[in-house]
Design a protein around this ligand. Structure first.
Ligand code: C5P
Length: 230
């Protein structure tokens, strides 16, 4: 049995700015998407046999050529993404083989520098019987819930809050069931499993798995890459 990786990379990256879609923005001379694929391949215990990448429509051929050298020993399929992240994940999920896969990872291209040990922890937890697994880190800010007028409603106890990262790992049939249901407003795939009443397991994430979202995140990514190569 082996693992399949879905990478939603079809976002336009409006908060990041710039000409190219976010996944094609470069750090250290290579696109975020290449960094993300290389990171997943480095998690050797995950035994990745299959990559399915959702990209902006029209860029499928270019991405196939770009990623082929990094996916040696695994199958690689590229699909046009949709208007919401869940549409992109579902389009990719339709191409994941049903046989021979015991874990499906869904990993944001924008979390390009996740360390291999986080990926291995997620896969190990799925293989140990957890049907849905997310990497998390503690929240450092105090979080408040506010109403539409910007007034504070309440302040949840920070000790019970975590920030959720990717890759998220799933038992394949659960992920298919989750995406066949109500996906409205879902910002991650674990949320869809929660809607089915499934318990989602957490494992330790990493600060290095931050999501490149705003221009300053590109600077942080350049620094992190330089530190890793020192
Ligand atoms: O927009 P956000 O940063 O939450 O996107 C997370 C990931 O989902 C990114 O890798 C982005 O490319 C991807 N995405 C997608 N299709 C969309 C929107 C986002 O594949 N329609």
């Amino acid at each position: 049995m082996s693992t399949a990786a879905i990478i939603p990379a079809a976002g336009l990256g409006l908060r990041l700015g710039g000409e190219a879609p976010k996944a094609f923005r470069e750090v250290g001379g290579e696109s975020l998407l290449v960094h993300a694929v290389r990171g997943l391949k480095a998690a050797t215990a995950a035994d990745l046999a299959c990559f399915v990448i959702a990209v902006p429509a029209g860029s499928e051929d270019i991405v196939l050529k770009l990623l082929e050298p990094y996916c040696e020993g695994a199958s690689l399929q590229i699909v046009a993404g949709g208007s919401e992240r869940t549409d992109s994940v579902r389009a990719a999920l339709d191409l994941v083989p049903v046989d021979g896969i015991d874990c499906v990872l869904v990993h944001d291209a924008a979390r390009s520098f996740v360390p291999p040990e986080v990926i291995d922890r997620v896969v190990a937890a799925v293989r140990s019987g957890a049907p849905a697994v997310v990497p998390v880190i503690p929240v450092t800010d105090t979080i408040k819930r506010v109403d539409q007028d910007g007034r504070v409603v309440d302040t949840p106890d920070r000790r019970a809050l975590v920030a959720v990262q990717t890759p998220q790992g799933f038992e394949p049939s659960l992920l298919r069931r989750a995406h066949a249901g109500d996906v409205a407003g879902a910002t991650d795939d674990a949320m869809l499993c929660e809607r089915l009443g499934v318990t989602v397991q957490t494992v330790e994430g990493s600060e290095d798995a931050f999501k490149v979202t705003r221009p300053r995140d590109l600077l942080l990514a350049e620094w992190l890459l330089a530190e890793r190569h020192r």
